[in-house]
Design a protein around this ligand. Structure first.
Ligand code: FAD
Length: 496
């Protein structure tokens, strides 16, 4: 059994892992990364993202530090708004029903801007998220929902740039290298066991950082922890996040933490493949439902499509779709709003029907009770408050009073051809439960809540940050903040 040596070993090569590796390297550590996926499938869930990233900022001056390439014209024609720390806290507390761990949340919120500046300083590039997070109002782009920046090149650009920067700084990345065990003598973690290319070997280091994602791609664990039916969900991202890092840490006495029965899950094309497809990225998602309605097999609406901006509802509505008969729904739109549909509605691999009349559309909605659907549409159209002005950039209060399932904002009658409908099911993004870390060092805690010497964690596999729901764009900043923290601590410990 051959051995490899480093100061710090990082398990995984997604965003959290690279941020950890870069921070450890910056602290003088020799860093070795092990990535389970082969090179052509690398990057974890981070590679599947559109790169949208949420962080607190006080407006254009902060944004200019992160995006120095912004032109005067862009600045003049865009209302970026602000997203204060208070607003970020409010969103985290509200969507997690006040369950988010206050110390983890504080670190996330208060160091989010500084982490973005650090990433920029390390060579990462960012651009405004015009395509998905802004609408043009009176000749000015207005951002909504607390998100206005994305990584240049989306998720694939992010992974490519982080890989290049890490390698240029001497970080070694091993692909097709699955870490199977932690080397632990009961007192200190001192390395990992690796399976790579038909070989098994040990790699030694003074510290190990786990950044190997959640258990969303593990059918058995999903069913065990999220509950019955979750075996039926499609996986939006990588097939490699099967909970290995969590299992290895639990095996040596780490404390489980957070919302083990909770996850991020969205409306996802009914005919999408079992796992994500990097060529399509996140485009199987269908996130323009706030401007239409959703019906299930019984022909009835089942959720308030306009309860809030999509950034604050999409991550919990996948579960609602999974709970419907036969785990599907149809999203229905009419001609008035088709121009508002996101790019993902125009991909080739889409499950879509269209017609010139509602009756014609009803004939094409596979699996749906036709008459009940037409009754539902009539009742919905009648209830829409057409006297309230429709405005997609704010919670416009244009609702449907009197309906059993209300639509609170952006209600439009569905009566103008062409009519379009898109079939979705549940796509799981990542799981919320994971390991317990010390919020100021990133060290993994054991069941007595004492740090396990030599062991750190970051990213999806850290529990306690998200419960029930999630504000869009927080996964990448979560990985960056806690990856950087773990890398800084591990790098410092390795030097000592
Ligand atoms: C389709 C999609 C779109 C998304 N869009 C956004 C978005 O726009 N903005 C946002 O903030 N978040 C988004 N997210 C969520 C975001 O991707 C995650 O929260 C974040 O990328 C997780 O980063 P991570 O580094 O913890 O995990 P990952 O990026 O998943 O990396 C984990 C890595 O560990 C590797 N690994 C697993 N087991 C082992 C092992 N035993 N040994 C070695 N390596 C192992 C995996 O192969 C993987 O490469 C999206 C997710 C998906 C799936």
């Amino acid at each position: 059994m051959s051995e490899m040596m480093a100061d710090v070993i990082v398990v995984g090569a997604g965003n959290a892992a690279f941020c950890a590796a870069l921070a450890a390297q910056e602290n003088g550590a020799k860093v070795l990364m092990f990535e389970r996926a082969p090179k052509e499938e690398c990057g974890g869930n981070s590679a599947f993202t559109a790169g949208a990233v949420r962080f607190a900022h006080d407006g254009i001056n902060d944004l200019k530090e992160i995006m120095p390439d912004l032109t005067n014209e862009e600045i003049a024609t865009t209302d970026f708004g602000t997203y204060t720390q208070d607003a970020f806290y409010d969103d985290m507390f509200r969507v997690t029903q006040y369950r988010t761990d206050p110390e983890l949340c504080e670190r996330l919120v208060t160091t989010s801007l500084d982490t973005m500046k650090w990433l920029r300083g390390r060579g990462m590039r960012f651009v405004p998220s015009y395509g998905r997070q802004a609408f043009k109002v009176d000749d000015k782009f207005r951002f909504w929902g607390g998100l206005c920046v994305e990584f240049w090149g989306g998720g694939e650009g992010l992974v490519e740039c982080e890989t290049d920067i890490a390698k240029a700084n001497g970080v070694q990345v091993e692909y097709g290298a699955r870490v199977t065990e932690l080397i632990y003598d009961g007192l200190q973690v001192s390395g990992v066991r690796v399976k790579q290319g038909g070989r098994i070997y040990d790699a030694r280091a003074k510290a190990v950082i786990l950044a190997s994602g959640g258990f969303e791609a593990n059918h058995e664990w999903r069913t065990r922890y999220l509950g019955p039916g979750w075996d039926l969900a499609k996986v939006r991202g990588t097939r490699f996040n099967t909970g290995d890092g969590i299992r290895m840490a639990l095996d040596i006495g780490a404390a489980p933490y957070g919302n083990w029965s909770g996850c991020h899950a969205v409306g996802w094309d009914r005919n999408a493949p079992e796992f994500g497809d990097l060529a399509v990225g996140d485009n199987f998602q269908k996130h323009s439902y706030p401007f239409g309605i959703m019906v299930n097999a019984t022909g009835r609406r089942f959720v308030d499509e306009g309860a809030d901006f999509r950034n604050y509802t999409y991550a919990k509505y996948g579960r609602v779709v999974l709970e419907q008969p036969q785990q599907f729904a149809w999203q229905v739109f009419d001609g008035k709003v088709l121009h508002l549909l996101r790019d993902e509605y125009r991909i080739r691999q889409v499950t879509k029907v269209s017609a010139d009349t509602l009756e014609g559309l009803a004939d094409k909605l596979e699996g749906v009770d036709r008459d009940a659907f037409l009754d539902e549409m009539a009742a919905y159209n009648k209830a829409v408050q057409t006297d309230v002005t429709f405005n997609p950039t704010e919670l416009d209060g244009r609702g449907t009073p009197g309906l059993e399932v209300p639509k609170t904002n952006w209600a439009n009658t569905i009566d103008e051809p062409p009519f379009e409908a898109y079939q979705i099911t549940c796509g799981i993004t990542f799981t919320f439960g994971g390991l317990r870390i010390e919020p100021t060092t990133g060290q993994v805690l054991d069941n007595d809540h004492d740090p396990i010497p030599g062991l750190y964690a970051a990213g999806e596999l850290v529990g306690g940050v998200f419960y029930f729901n999630y504000p869009g764009g927080t996964g990448l900043i979560n990985g960056a903040v806690f990856g950087r923290l773990a890398g800084t601590s591990a790098g410092g410990a390795a030097k000592a």
